[in-house]
Design a protein around this ligand. Structure first.
Ligand code: GL7
Length: 807
């Protein structure tokens, strides 16, 4: 039936009755949420079926995005929006006395990722579908998502995130598509004349069961699949599992998501996870591929596998294993196909995140995969001998000092390596991966990250969206680059005021939320100054904290500048559970917050709010209300960043170092519409090369720095002696790895400029407008088009006219 408000209302009442035998007025928000999601799901189902059938019929090349993390957040609103239903459903529910926003709050975030990397994977899922491109996700269905964060006495406490507890209406368990993954044991090669047959002994067999989630494209009828794997005991193996511990070992395989950026415990388990989802994914791809009678010698023409960071790097060896061991292809033919199939994105230059695995662990996890990697390595060295210097070959080969270097495997085994922002890609080419760039210049390319404007503007910020519709029409909803039309209104007071008004309403909404969550009352007259991202030393939340302490001391000592503007500092950040330094910073932020917020002399001049449990759905509440976006990582360290893009799109002005995608933001909006400070990448590298940074001198020679740092250790900031001392020592004794003291003065100066600018509201609104206008340049729809054209060589289905989804 055609979709309209009245038909929907009937359907909704009937479905609620069928499912729960309830009237609307007797149903809980949870029941209403599950009823609505069930209608949504049954309406996109047939498009889901049609989409993959069409891909097959058209003989389309398909891409599989392999990622150990996906961070979609909530799906209800984005599905409603993408189906073209959002406003009508909101209206219809209102007629039934139901507030859509309230029932949307019931949904637990799907938080199968740590931060930017996982969120990017989900943005790409949305964009692949919205661009009508044949692209699917492949990952792990973790029982527990990223931990739930609580603060107790200012300390971070990690609680399990049981996101599946009340059921997940979006997934479908596909028992019939299960595959078997082999782990551990021993392997022997038996000569069968024209091929070597691996014979396995004592391997553990795991049943990998896929759970599929539909990814609905924006108003185009395309519905792609994100496939996440669960691990179970195969029925044939039941007898081998005698104890609860043994059974638990299988469950554990997919039970938790590892915090990516910490020193991990359970490393073997992590490597097993990596192999598990890679093997399950590739087996199911090959099985599907063969069903449609394609020759394995052409797999590279029809299948692309994207290695999202190095976690799925074993894909290279797993595909080789299947092609050589099971399909009996020659090594050379198999290698040609594998390199054609694979492509790789590097997401960081931080050394601790470039995975290396000891050979003996790899042996333990999957001995055949180790053998194949050793053979790839041997052939690589053989091929490069004579062409390159020996030490260069040693630096680039895969296995060195008994370690398997996963980035090397990914680059050697794929046809494309990309960085995620211009500066990052330059650093890869010139420095981190320079040897590879010399060997394979044609494989390197840049793909600056993007965000989905649908979630971050249309859904999260309806106030601003309405203003935009009125000012420039609705075209931007389909094509966010059209937001540039806003530039014509730079001097249009009406539009400027409307933008300011939307911001004010969003600030009021957030202020209410803050009061409800924390009891802290904040004034919407103040600048809402936001830093939201994982807690990491290189991201320099500490620089922000030092600035806050400086302002606090200034006020206490009566040194406030005449154009000082009140501020509400808002933090959202999780620290990896074993990252003690990051946790010390959290504790100190919370103690500074206590000190500042409860000091009557400070009043509304400063407030510090650290919201618990930062996650996608919380970001959706904070971002629309931000005036200032803090993007203050040490230049060269943040590969791209993506909250920088979300915040500018919502009209926040950026305080930034020249790092990651901040540089591209600056290039679009111009220097006058962004607040740039701090060392450049070249200056940072000069310090590295000359070894002449002495942070203690900054402490010693700068009274301001001394005053602020001393507050961490002399009792001024109460209740964090140990943590304060740790921070103090890291910045003075241990030479301040991320140049916090070096950039402090420049940071304070730019913040004074922020104050002066804010005192001229009209000018501020103009700057805000320019940022919104260029925010559309970072749409992940565009980013993904470039991946599709330059790396994957895939194209959309022929454009078909598509109305809204029927009921
Ligand atoms: C990251 C980068 O740190 C971040 O700058 C980038 O925006 C993101 C997506 O490309 O990838 N790399 C990484 O290991 N994590 C990231 O968020 C966890």
């Amino acid at each position: 039936m055609d979709f309209n408000k009245e038909v929907f209302k009937e359907k909704f009442k009937n479905r609620l009755d069928e499912k729960y035998a309830l009237d609307v007025k007797d149903a809980t928000p949870q029941e209403l949420y599950l009823t609505l999601s069930s209608i949504v799901r049954s309406s996109y189902s047939r498009y889901w079926r049609k989409t993959w059938k069409k891909y097959m019929e058209d003989g389309k090349k398909q891409i599989y995005y392999f990622s150990i993390e996906f961070l979609p957040g909530r799906l209800l609103m984005s599905n409603l929006l993408n189906m073209g239903w959002l406003e009508t459903v909101r209206d219809a529910l209102k007629d039934l006395d139901i507030d859509l926003d309230e029932i949307a709050e019931v949904e637990k975030d799907m938080a199968l990722g740590n931060g930017g990397l996982g969120r990017l994977a989900s943005a790409f899922m949305d964009s692949l579908a919205s661009d009508g491109l044949p692209g699917n996700g492949n990952g792990i269905r973790y029982r527990y998502g990223l931990f739930k964060q609580k603060f107790i006495d200012g300390y971070q406490i990690e609680l399990p995130n049981e996101w599946l507890d009340s059921g997940n209406p979006w997934e479908i368990r596909r028992e019939s598509k299960s595959v078997t993954v082999r782990l551990g044991g021993k392997v022997y090669l038996v000569d069968r004349g024209n091929y070597l047959e691996p014979v396995y002994e004592d391997a553990q067999l795991i049943k990998a069961v896929p759970y599929d989630t539909a990814i609905v494209g924006y108003k185009n009828g395309t519905v792609n699949t994100m496939r996440l794997w669960d691990a179970e005991i195969p029925s044939s193996e039941e007898a081998k599992y005698r104890t609860i511990e043994q059974r638990r070992e299988v469950e554990d395989l997919v039970s938790v998501l590892y915090p990516d950026d910490s020193k991990e415990s359970g490393r073997i388990l992590r490597l097993k996870q990596e192999y598990f989802f890679v093997s399950a994914g590739i087996q199911s791809i090959v099985r599907h591929f063969k069903k449609y009678n394609k020759s394995m010698n052409k797999i590279g023409e029809y299948i692309g596998i994207h290695i999202n960071d190095t976690h799925p790097a074993m894909s290279v060896a797993e595909l080789m294993r299947i092609l050589v061991d099971e399909e009996h292809m020659s090594w050379d033919d198999a290698w040609k196909q594998t390199v054609a199939v694979m492509s790789y994105t590097n997401h960081t230059i931080m050394a601790e995140a470039l995975e290396k695995w000891p050979v003996h662990i790899m042996q333990q996890v999957q001995p055949r995969i180790l053998q194949i990697i050793q053979e790839i390595d041997r052939r690589f060295v053989e091929e490069k001998q004579g062409k390159y210097a020996r030490d260069m070959i040693e630096r680039t080969r895969i296995i060195k000092d008994n370690q398997v270097r996963m980035a090397n495997l990914s680059i050697i085994g794929s046809h494309s390596t990309n960085g995620v922002a211009k500066l990052h890609t330059e650093l890869l080419k010139d420095d981190v991966l320079h040897d590879f760039y010399v060997m394979y210049p044609e494989r390197f390319n840049n793909k600056t990250n993007g965000i989905t404007d649908r979630r971050w503007l249309q859904i999260a910020n309806p106030e601003l969206s309405k203003v935009l519709d009125k000012a420039i029409g609705t075209e931007w909803r389909q094509d966010p680059t059209k937001l540039q039309k806003l530039l014509k209104h730079q001097n249009d007071n009406k539009v400027l005021n409307q933008i300011a008004n939307a911001k004010l309403k969003n600030k009021e909404r957030l202020a209410k939320f803050i009061e409800k969550e924390t009891g802290i009352k904040v004034s919407t007259d103040a600048i809402f100054d936001v830093q939201i991202k994982r807690l990491h030393a290189y991201k320099r939340q500490l620089l922000k904290l030092m600035h806050i302490v400086k302002l606090y001391l200034d006020i206490k000592q009566g040194k406030v500048a005449s154009d000082f503007q009140p501020r509400v500092f808002i933090f959202g950040a999780k620290a990896a559970p074993s990252y003690y330094y990051a946790k010390a910073i959290i504790k100190c932020i919370n103690e500074v917050a206590n000190m500042v917020n409860n000091d009557p002399e400070i009043g509304d001049k400063l407030k510090v709010v650290f919201l618990e449990d930062y996650r996608v759905s919380l970001a959706e509440k904070i971002i629309p209300a931000a005036n200032i976006s803090e993007q203050i990582s040490l230049a060269s360290k943040e590969a791209s960043g993506t909250s920088n893009m979300k915040l500018m799109l919502n009209g926040a002005l950026t305080v930034a170092t020249l790092d990651g995608a901040n540089i591209e933001i600056k290039d679009y909006v111009g220097e006058d519409n962004i607040f740039i400070f701090g060392l450049t990448k070249d200056e940072v590298y000069d310090y590295y090369n000359n070894g002449n940074y002495h942070s203690y001198d900054y402490y010693n020679n700068h009274e301001e720095i001394r005053r602020v740092l001393n507050a961490f250790v002399d009792g001024t900031i109460p209740n964090c002696q140990a943590e304060g001392q740790e921070i103090f020592d890291s910045l003075t004794k241990y030479n301040d790895e991320y140049f916090v003291l070096r950039d402090f003065e420049s940071y304070v100066n730019i913040q004074e400029m922020v104050d002066r600018t804010y005192s001229n509201k009209r000018h501020w609104n103009q700057m805000s407008l320019v940022n919104i206008a260029y925010g559309g340049m970072f749409s992940s729809d565009d980013t993904i088009k470039r991946y599709a054209e330059d790396i994957w060589n895939i194209s959309p289905l022929k454009d078909e006219k598509h109305g809204t989804y029927s009921l």
